[in-house]
Write a protein that binds this ligand. Structure first.
Ligand code: NDP
Length: 313
């Protein structure tokens, strides 16, 4: 069993920012990168709104810069995934995919969130063969062909507008006729000549043998179905927090799986376990907010460890 003072799970903006502070406090954090090293920001191209970068910065470059800053102060980034966890205050234990076991009094959960898909027939089978959740990653593959974007939030509007750069036409399918997206984004999308809105419509199937060739939708009011010929299907349906492992081990979450923290802190219901970033933030989901929450988690953990050490004496 390997001992660590503090373990951070996830190396996106939240985990890496927590690591900067924890490392600078001399705690030598071990940071597990998990299945998607550097997190979802690696799937964006340019980040234009992270404070301090006047000309924007590539998503991966941003996270790598924070990670290198943490490593400079002594953080160890471990490219393995935590597969099992047992919470026992003072000596939490973790097992990784390669079979190592660790014990630590402090854990920061910063595992982020993954895109939500519809779950309709054809979607899983055609993932990566026309089905995507990231227009900025995959949009350029759809030059001159029609695509469908599902969702009614800001992501759906943004992805639809982005895809007009490549696709011959963009069909936006939303299950209601009102939107979570901001009015300005909806107006921009509505005004675009290449975008058609299909409202009150459910995605019922993604069709195609080896690659997507259409999206079947059903009108909720009339039950009429329509097959939209399309080479791409982009799910922009929000995200699911990556918290199942921790929830099963006793961390309190809300109904949607987001880790619940004590008012304005990073403290979970388990002593010595802290949460930061998209796994605990259903509202803002911004890299800069995640980074700030990572800092809070490191400061909370630092205080917890100092109190814990004092009690041991
Ligand atoms: P949201 O949760 O805001 O929107 C998700 C959309 O997907 C909703 O319209 C929802 O429909 C729909 N949906 C969810 N599940 C299903 C399903 N199973 N079948 C069909 N439709 C479904 O997520 P976003 O990713 O759009 O945005 C998240 C946050 O990020 C927001 O705060 C947003 O403002 C922010 N953001 C900001 C941007 C910007 O400012 N440039 C860009 C992108 C995101 P319904 O409404 O009916 O529930």
């Amino acid at each position: 069993m390997l001992k660590e003072q503090i373990i951070i799970i996830g190396n996106g903006p939240a985990g890496c920012s927590a690591a900067v502070y924890a490392a600078r406090a001399g705690l030598k954090p071990r940071v597990f990168a998990g299945d998607l090293p550097c997190g979802l920001l690696t799937q964006t191209s340019e980040v234009e709104n992270f404070p301090g970068f006047t000309d924007g910065i590539d998503g991966l470059d941003l996270v790598m810069a924070i990670q290198m800053q943490a490593e400079k102060f002594g953080a160890v980034v471990d490219y393995d995934t935590v597969t099992a966890i047992n919470f026992t205050p003072g000596k939490h234990t973790l097992t990784t995919a390669d079979g190592r076991e660790f014990t630590t009094p402090a854990i920061i959960i910063a595992t982020g969130a993954v895109p939500r898909f519809t779950g309709v027939p054809g979607e899983e089978r055609l993932r990566g063969r026309g089905v995507s959740a990231c227009a900025t990653c995959d949009g350029a593959f759809f030059k001159g062909v029609p695509v469908v974007v599902a969702g009614g939030g800001d992501s759906a509007m943004e992805e639809a507008l982005f895809l007009t750069r490549f696709a011959s036409h963009v069909h936006l399918v939303h299950r209601r006729d009102t939107f979570r997206a901001s009015a300005i984004m909806v107006e921009r999308a509505r005004a675009h000549e290449k975008i058609t809105f299909h409202l009150n419509s459910l995605i019922t199937e993604i069709t195609g043998n080896d690659e997507v060739d259409g999206v079947l939708i059903t009108d909720k009011n009339t039950n009429a179905t329509e097959l939209i010929p399309a080479k791409g299907f982009f799910a922009a349906l929000g995200h699911i927090p990556s918290t199942a492992l921790f929830k099963a081990a006793g961390v309190a979450t809300d109904d949607n799986g987001y880790i619940v923290v004590e008012n304005n802190t990073s403290l979970t219901n388990i002593p010595g376990v802290f949460a930061a970033g998209d796994c605990m933030d259903p509202r803002y989901r911004q890299a800069s907010v995640a980074a700030g929450n990572g800092v809070k988690a490191a400061l909370d953990a630092e205080k917890y460890l100092a109190d814990y050490a004092a009690k041991q004496q």
